[in-house]
Design a protein around this ligand. Structure first.
Ligand code: SF4
Length: 179
């Protein structure tokens, strides 16, 4: 597991999306409260960093809208007016993180289990493993053609089937991020 990760096979993608579904189920069971502030996506301002795996980056960036470069560590370019514009394809950290003080312990457990599950997939399929801050992936991603960008802008996540978990209304307005 020491080579640079390449694109996911369909089987690996399905295994990764199954981890997403497990995470969503665990969060639904924990029932964290979200104040819909969107502050969790403004990383420097609130003192955290969103790390993600190459699996999550691929799912995010293949369908995300274009964004200004260079990306910085300060915040996520996909947060617009306090809302996440890539909610269906957001990384696991975005799904797991809530600032609810009563949820901090389960949050740590869910996060550890999710990363461990992704690492097991990487080992099982010998995909390589890369885990880095969001801006690293954003700056390393190839700039897409205008046609590709237009496709993603009009139909985010149209090319992938993601697990759907309906969150309470307050959480849908929120843009939780970062581990
Ligand atoms: S939830 Fe994640 S992907 Fe969405 S705006 Fe926040 S940091 Fe970006």
């Amino acid at each position: 597991m020491n080579h640079q990760p390449g694109p996911m096979t369909e089987l690996v993608r399905q295994r990764v999306l199954a981890v997403y579904a497990q995470v969503e189920a665990a969060i639904a069971a924990a029932r964290p409260h979200c104040q819909a502030s969107g502050r969790c996506c403004r990383f420097t301002e609130y003192g955290h960093t969103l790390f993600l795996s190459h699996f999550e980056a691929e799912i995010l960036l293949e369908a995300a809208p274009d964004y200004p470069r260079p990306a910085t560590r300060d915040g996520c370019p996909f947060q617009v007016n306090g809302l996440c514009t890539v909610r269906a394809i957001r990384p696991l950290g975005c799904r797991i993180y809530f600032c609810d003080p009563n949820y901090q312990e389960p949050m740590s457990v869910i996060a550890e289990q999710a990363v461990a599950a992704l690492k097991r997939i990487a080992e099982e399929f010998d995909t390589g493993w890369y885990y880095a801050p969001l801006h690293d992936f954003l700056n390393a991603a190839p700039v897409r053609s205008t046609a590709d960008a237009a496709h993603s802008m009009t139909s985010p996540a149209a090319r992938i089937a993601l697990p759907v978990v309906v969150a309470p209304a307050a959480e849908q307005a929120c843009a939780p991020a970062s581990l």
